[in-house]
Design a protein around this ligand. Structure first.
Ligand SMILES: O=c1ccn([C@@H]2O[C@H](COP(=O)(O)OP(=O)(O)O[C@H]3O[C@H](CO)[C@@H](O)[C@H](O)[C@H]3O)[C@@H](O)[C@H]2O)c(=O)[nH]1
Ligand SMILES: [Mn+2]
Length: 740
């Protein structure tokens, strides 16, 4: 074999089918344009529809390259060199609010990262706590004690489920491990650990109850920096005692950067940059693993898997990051909101991998440290010290470590972090440190956005850094997905609004200069940042054809007209393509496909629409961008989600466009069919009738929520009223415009 560590496979058949499909689709679109421009001046309605079709086609076109070279990868971590030869890794984890992000879960993420199968002296774990909460700090200390028992257990039995909470909650995971070892010793050891785990859990919980007072919102926005190395020296007596035979443990550091109301804190990017600096002067590993606090390591092997690429001399010099997918532990069977983003991981991201590499998605990603320090890819010949210093800021320690790191894999790994170092770390975590430096611009994660991951990726890929996507069968990381309509919409507005905002800046992938991105890769990135604009065609298609149907105005060719075929092809094949993405490539069922269609329509009509609006008013300076954390506490919302019933308890504003579209189509469908029965021009109106019917089928849960349901998660009467009034307004407006 040519390459010992990894290999990849281009799905040639899939690619060929996709390219052929794109070609036919393109021809159909061309015909539609021809048809529309011929009839352009004849009717008012088709003019707007034509515009919507143009936007639709453009968005379709920029998405296509993602289908043209899908690749999947396999790694052989067992062939990696000996442990001494492996480079160090710093795990950087962020948390921001102990009330929305349960401390015990955050701590489980930390422990799972400490338990990665990697030499302990080459692994360091840093937690950034933006709230500066003492509960979190205390929990870290307790975690250290518990880890002193947990880590040897994981090592001894080569545990895969290295996150304690997951291990003790899922009996199958324990069984799987015991099958591997199959001995009494293991069972006893596991029971001992369970006792320690329960005690640890109680301790963290009771701490939280007594510690609530000091975690109000004020302290979270206004607190001094605090950096503390967690080890046996800072442990007070507790319910669990330290394991005297723990063996070597990874370095564990708690970092709470300084926050002051007068200083912008730049959300997660600010937190990560502080972690980058602090970790630089301590462990200074050449690689980092970025994790959200709600994403635990679900397997111990990911670090070695990532190294299979970084260590390969053929690709390592231009490889910036290795991205793993975001998978979730709280997905129900029906997954009505497509919370798992089903198609993204087996279809889109392998496609992006074939085009010089996927975007960073903020978590589950191994990034080469030097990439983030903006040291040019090509600088083999010396670094300009002065330049480095002026961009990194006044700390000499930091400059030195960065330069060292770049020269060779000289991981100065001294477990004894000196007090001088800790003092310097406080300086690096202060909120004035970045003043006058390049942090957030050319160094570290980018500021001025709420999607720091996408913006940073665009910057780095334009500089020529490549990336790799690895999607192993066993999910390496599991997180908590948003499982209520409200959470999903709030998160969606943040994502898609934030992405669109990039497109209206110099970071727009199509115009960014200078750029080393290839053309198809630019298209992939444009597709991503322009996702929100899908709402334009969907909104138009949901309103214009049905209203015209009601008033008997044809907007599509007659059924007997050959032109009908082009429209029918586009509509039907779009559905079939998506169906095949869901069923053939993502292992979903037909009902999963229906759910995805529904979710997509709901997203278009609310989060894409509002994301665009928020983006525009932010650009106009009428609104300040904020990072609204997702709620990781699963209250009674989970119940509805698990039962597969839509939970419509969200703001009226989000619901109204969705409900209006469905009510409008219902009215138009009933009225239109009545008219058809009288006038009998089926031939001319067939397309429109079918289209409205489709909207109604997809919108059925909405109709149910308005008309049939009596529970408290139904669509509120007021939302239904507003939507009905709005539909009537649209119908009257349509009447005025179309019939006069
Ligand atoms: O001021 C902040 C805000 C957020 N976070 C952390 O950022 C992470 C992501 O926040 P979350 O509420 O979980 O948002 P998600 O929408 O789930 O995050 C997704 O989207 C983000 C970009 O919008 C990416 O950064 C994330 O990696 C990606 O998982 C969490 O660990 C937070 O603690 C901070 O540390 N400081
Ligand atoms: Mn999250």
């Amino acid at each position: 074999m040519e390459n010992p560590f990894h290999e990849f496979h281009v799905h040639k058949l899939r690619a060929t089918l996709n390219i052929t499909y794109s070609l036919f689709y393109f021809l159909a679109l061309t015909f539609i344009f021809y048809y529309r421009s011929a009839a352009f001046f004849l009717k008012k309605a088709t003019g707007v529809l034509f515009a919507a079709e143009l936007v639709f086609s453009f968005l379709w076109a920029i998405k296509q390259p993602m289908y043209w070279r899908p690749i999947t990868r396999t790694v052989f971590p067992e062939k990696l060199p000996k442990d001494e030869k492996l480079p160090g890794i710093d795990v950087l984890i962020c948390t921001a609010d102990p009330n929305k992000e349960p401390t015990f879960e955050v701590i489980n993420t930390v422990i799972s990262a400490m338990s990665l199968d990697y030499p302990a002296h080459k692994l360091s774990v840093y937690l950034s706590d933006d709230a500066g909460a003492s509960v979190t700090l205390n929990a870290m200390k307790q975690a250290w004690v518990f880890a002193s028992w947990w880590l040897p257990f994981c090592r001894k039995y080569h545990l895969k489920t290295i996150c304690p909470q997951a291990y003790f909650q899922n009996p199958e995971d324990q069984e799987e491990s015991s099958c591997q070892t199959n001995d009494m010793d293991f069972v006893q050891h596991s029971m001992l650990l369970e006792e320690k785990y329960e005690a640890f859990k109680q301790q963290v919980r009771s701490n939280k109850l007594s510690g609530d007072v000091d975690n109000n919102n004020n302290t979270s926005r206004d607190h001094p920096p605090l950096v503390q190395v967690i080890n046996e020296n800072c442990i007070e007596d507790g319910a669990v005692t330290l394991n005297p035979e723990a063996g070597e443990m990874p370095l564990l550091v708690y970092v709470s950067r300084e926050k002051r109301p007068s200083h912008p804190h730049c959300f997660k990017a600010g937190a990560l940059n502080a972690l980058l600096r602090v970790s630089s002067i301590m462990s200074n590993s050449p690689y980092t693993l970025i994790l959200d606090c709600d994403m635990y390591c679900n397997d111990s092997i990911s670090a070695r898997q990532a190294m299979c690429f970084f260590i390969d001399p053929k690709i390592s010099s231009s490889l910036g990051w290795v991205q793993f997918p975001q998978k979730f532990h709280n997905i129900s069977d029906t997954d009505i909101y497509d919370s798992q983003l089903r198609v993204t991981w087996p279809v889109y991201w392998p496609g992006a991998d074939g085009l010089q590499g996927p975007c960073i998605i903020g978590t589950n990603v191994y990034i080469k440290r030097k990439v983030l320090y903006s040291i040019n890819i090509t600088t083999d010949d010396g670094i300009n010290l002065k330049e480095v210093r002026s961009s990194l800021g006044p700390s000499n320690e930091l400059t030195n470590s960065v330069v060292q790191n770049d020269k060779l894999n000289k991981t100065v790994k001294d477990k004894e972090v000196s007090s001088v170092m800790v003092q310097e770390a406080h300086f690096l975590a202060s909120c004035t440190y970045e003043k006058g430096t390049m942090w957030g611009q050319k160094v570290g994660f980018c500021y001025g956005t709420i999607v720091e991951d996408a913006k940073t990726s665009i910057r780095l890929q334009n500089k020529g850094w490549r990336s790799i996507y690895l999607n192993p069968t066993r999910p390496q990381f599991l997180g908590s997905a948003t499982t209520s309509l409200n959470e999903m919409l709030v998160q969606g507005i943040r994502w898609y609004g934030g992405l669109l905002d990039l497109c209206l800046s110099k970071y727009c992938p199509l115009i960014y200069r200078p750029s080393r991105m290839q053309f198809l890769q630019k298209m992939y990135y444009s597709w991503m940042v322009l996702l929100a604009l899908d709402f334009i065609p969907v909104l138009c298609f949901a309103i214009i054809p049905p209203i015209c149907f009601l008033y008997g105005i044809p907007v599509y060719p007659k059924l007997s007209d050959p032109g009908f075929v082009a429209f029918a092809f586009v509509f039907v094949s779009t559905q079939l393509k998506h169906l095949s993405d869901v069923v053939v490539y993502s292992g979903g069922s037909v009902s999963a496909w229906v759910n995805e269609q529904r979710t997509w329509m709901a997203k278009c009509l609310s989060c894409y629409l509002y994301g665009t609006i928020v983006c525009i008013i932010t650009k106009l300076g009428l609104h300040e961008a904020t990072f609204t954390l997702t709620d990781k506490l699963q209250g009674d919302t989970t119940n509805w989600y698990d039962k597969g019933i839509y939970d419509f308890r969200t703001s009226k504003m989000f619901l109204v466009p969705i409900v209006t579209a469905v009510i409008l189509n219902l009215c138009c469908f009933i009225g239109g069919v009545a008219r058809l029965i009288v006038i009998r021009n089926w031939d001319a109106m067939f397309g429109q009738m079918l289209f409205s019917l489709y909207v109604l089928v997809m919108g059925f849960p909405v109709l149910e929520g308005v008309l049939l349901r009596k529970d408290n998660a139904r669509i509120s009467v007021s939302a239904s009223m507003v939507s009905t009034i709005l539909s009537l307004l649209l119908l009257s407006l349509g009447y005025l415009i179309l019939r006069h």
